[in-house]
Write a protein that binds this ligand. Structure first.
Ligand code: AMP
Ligand code: GLY
Length: 434
């Protein structure tokens, strides 16, 4: 059988989970991960290996893809997509999974996304877009408090401020427009109403015409139990979430995901790749908080383990516009992942701590350790980032998935390690009253 060698760009837990999912396909040969992490470095008996190229080194990555006859490039993080990697690969006759630069604006410019949603009647928070301070402050004065202030461009997950007073909202606007916080990304700001409700992450595979949803997930963004502490890249997740199923899920697939793909096609910018909608389920119905143009992290670590179909087939169907003929086989199991972070994360933290217990955790029934901020040393691993590992448990229901994830977490030790102890609790409570 002809096997496809893959270049996978990125180095987080998402990419380790993607590498493992791709390797379940017999049609996948080697997976080269750039730059990868301590888990992708020689994983699966060397079928997965690292390439010392940064995710934004498009010249180096293109030269690598050409010289190694890479059949498919899969992109984890948003920056290369917004920078136009898919367009460059297409011009070079290479296949790359993701949206073009024009389509990636759904994540790269919140101003673009907001205007797009307004044009197409896609439900989202009421908002204004501003490049000058005074009109933004006038909007805030006229709006019911509280509001949210967002930098329009890419800000590595830090560009959203939830101010508790009007004074703090003004300061946030000024810091972005006048103070240069977030650089060019903050030169344009979105001010919007603050929504209340349960958050859900829904990802769909898209081929320019069809949006095919993956199981809905719930992310836990705050650093500490009880949703206290600072916002992080994500401290854990579970899927499927009982908050979104049945008719409510069907409605979002139709009124958000498919409508977005239809709208982009109608505007001459077909959307291919993963469309990620961050949604708030409010008393007045679902609202889009943001679009991302890529797989979520840590949502990928709970969603991909539930896909029993060949992931390479599905990705190729997206590129070839053949998703209409694709059916995904989704397991009836549940998955939960718990992130182990370095002491101090998401603020400053030290690297280079020795990690013990990974093989023991991985060997537990239903547990998988996905690496993020790790690097290989001699016969083990050291920490090298803020989010160090994500331990995913898979089980017959959320309760068992969580038990298996936390059993794995309990085996792993490094100095300063911290994790949330309440991942999935909201899902268990919803399940028990359903
Ligand atoms: P975003 O990157 O736009 O998804 O924002 C990051 C986080 O800020 C979201 O996951 C929400 O928790 C929160 N957030 C964003 N927009 C709103 C909003 N309009 N109302 C309430 N919370 C929000
Ligand atoms: N987990 C949120 C994100 O990937 O943006």
């Amino acid at each position: 059988m002809h096997q496809t060698d893959i270049l996978l760009i990125g180095g987080g837990g998402r990419e380790h989970a993607l590498a493992r999912a791709l390797c379940r396909s017999h049609r996948v040969g080697r997976v080269h991960v750039a730059p990868g992490n301590g888990g992708t470095d020689g994983d699966l008996e060397g079928r997965v290996c690292n390439v010392p190229l940064a995710a934004d080194d498009l010249d180096g990555l293109l030269a690598f893809a050409r010289s190694r006859a890479i059949g498919l490039t899969v992109v984890g993080p948003e920056a290369p997509l917004v920078a136009g990697i898919v367009d460059r690969w297409a011009a070079a006759g290479l296949r790359c999974f993701g949206p073009s630069a024009a389509a990636a604006q759904l994540e790269g410019s919140k101003a673009f996304a907001k205007a797009f949603m307004q044009r197409h009647g896609i439900p989202t928070a009421r908002s204004g877009t501003f490049t000058a301070v005074e009109p933004a402050l006038a909007w805030i004065d006229a709006a019911p408090f509280p509001v949210v202030v967002k930098a329009s461009g890419l800000a590595a997950g830090k560009g959203v401020i939830l101010p508790e007073t009007r004074g703090a909202a003004e300061a946030a606007v000024r810091s972005m427009i006048e103070g240069g916080a977030f650089g060019d990304a903050g030169a344009e700001v979105i001010v919007e109403e603050r929504l209340v409700g349960e958050e859900v992450s829904l990802m769909a595979l898209c081929d320019g015409r069809v949006a095919l949803s993956l199981p809905p997930a719930r992310d836990h963004k705050r650093a500490l139990d009880g949703d206290m502490g600072l916002n992080t890249g994500g401290m854990g997740a579970f899927a499927p979430t009982p908050a979104l199923s049945g008719a409510a899920l069907d409605a979002i697939e139709r009124d958000v995901m498919q409508k977005t793909v239809d709208g982009m096609a109608a505007e001459g910018v077909p959307y291919r790749g993963v469309l990620y909608a961050g949604l708030m389920l409010t008393a007045d119905g679902p609202r889009v908080l943001e679009f991302n143009c890529r797989f979520g992290d840590p949502e990928t670590q709970v969603v991909l383990p539930l896909i029993d179909s060949d992931v390479l087939d599905a990705i190729e169907a997206c590129i070839d516009g053949a998703l209409i003929d694709t059916r995904l086989t989704v397991s009836k199991d549940a998955a939960a992942t718990v992130v182990l972070a370095s002491g101090g994360y998401p603020q400053t933290y030290v690297r280079g701590m020795t990690i013990d217990g990974i093989p023991g955790a991985d060997a537990l029934d239903g547990a998988t350790v996905y690496h993020a901020g790790t690097r290989r040393v001699d016969d083990g691993w050291q920490t090298s980032g803020g989010r160090v590992l994500a331990v995913t448990g898979r089980g017959a229901d959320l309760k068992q998935a969580l038990q298996r994830a936390y059993a794995g977490v309990g085996r792993i030790r490094f100095e300063g390690a911290h994790h949330r102890t309440d991942i999935g609790r909201v899902g268990l409570m919803a399940g028990s009253t359903a």
